[in-house]
Design a protein. Structure first.
Length: 317
């Protein structure tokens, strides 16, 4: 299907208010084909849908997150009926937020993590020209060429923004703390690491401890399993570094093997944006908020409410 046909279908549907059946009749297409084209138009960014009316329940959650968790900003979207849509819808909201942030704040260096939600975020960033902007990955990547990898995500954002890009061409984990330190000390990585430590904006997702986590499935070293991490009190990770429910890092060797910006150094970044949702992410979102890791959160209604409830229980306990 050509872009011209998709554009025409989108125009007739959204601008001229024709039904899908009417469009099909006019253009000689089946209704199913028209429906697929409209879906493609939204997914590819040809059509951008913005809601101007605030959802009262979401607005209240945003207010609570700012007040109780010391956030500068929070964006909460309604939770979709289908949990599989959480990443793409949060990505849409985060992409719009990032587009506006770029226009208003003009950051010089953006640090980025990895994962499905960040990939969706980048898909919804409005293409622009920022030739002086640097996009840097804040962590190593997977040896497998997944499109959710930090290399692909950093590169795609740089392409969309016509920016410069650099990344740590390394695995997420070294075999030991010592080999990690040796790796990080190599001269070839000095420039990248220096840039990583001077980011103006960090874009992070968070991983849980379920098999849905790409890190759990593809990234953990052979000598570390989910049960080891759970036994150490882990609820999930940020930049490959595992947190306990209070937001502190777990007492486990895995964190000292992560080839990534240490979580404690994230605090130096003027803005850290956490982008994650879904009920499976509630424990790690709550942990990141309690650890004051981020200043901006983009999430969904159920995840926001769940995280606030968990934080409230812990404070009372």
């Amino acid at each position: 299907m050509s872009d011209q046909t998709i554009l025409r279908v989108a125009w007739l549907y959204y601008m001229e208010n024709l039904t899908q059946a009417e469009i099909g009749e006019r253009l000689g297409l089946t209704r199913a084909r028209v429906n697929r084209m409209l879906s493609e138009a939204r997914h590819s960014g040809i059509v951008s849908i913005r809601l101007n009316s605030a959802f009262a329940s979401c607005t209240e959650l945003e207010h609570q997150l700012r007040q109780q968790c010391g956030l500068d900003d929070a964006v909460v979207i309604p939770s979709p009926e289908n949990p599989e849509l959480v990443a793409s819808l949060i990505g849409m909201a985060a992409g719009a937020y990032l587009t506006k942030f770029l226009e208003e704040k003009k950051p010089r260096t953006i640090g980025i993590g990895w994962g499905a939600t960040l990939r969706e975020t980048i898909r919804h960033v409005t293409p622009a020209e920022y030739p002086d902007l640097w996009i840097v990955s804040m962590m190593g990547g997977l040896s497998r060429g997944l499109e959710l990898n930090t290399f692909e995500i950093a590169g795609e954002l740089a392409r969309r923004l016509h920016a410069k890009c650099s990344y740590l061409a390394a695995p997420i984990y070294a075999s030991s703390r010592r080999s990690r330190d040796t790796f990080m000390a190599q001269e070839v990585y000095a420039e990248v690491l220096d840039r990583v430590e001077r980011i103006d904006l960090a874009l992070l997702s968070m991983g849980d401890l379920s098999p849905r986590s790409l890190l759990v499935r593809h990234g953990l070293p052979p000598d570390v399993g989910i049960e080891d991490l759970r036994a150490a009190g882990a609820v999930g990770d940020v930049l490959g570094q595992y947190l306990e429910q209070s937001g502190r890092q777990i007492n486990h060797g895995i964190n000292s093997r992560a080839i990534a910006l240490p979580i404690e150094k994230l605090a130096r970044a003027p803005t850290v944006m956490l982008i994650a949702g879904g009920t499976n992410k509630v424990p790690v979102i709550a942990a990141a908020l309690q650890g004051r890791i981020g200043k901006v959160l983009v999430t969904d209604e159920k995840a926001a409410a769940g995280a606030l409830k968990l934080i409230g229980k812990r404070r009372m306990g």
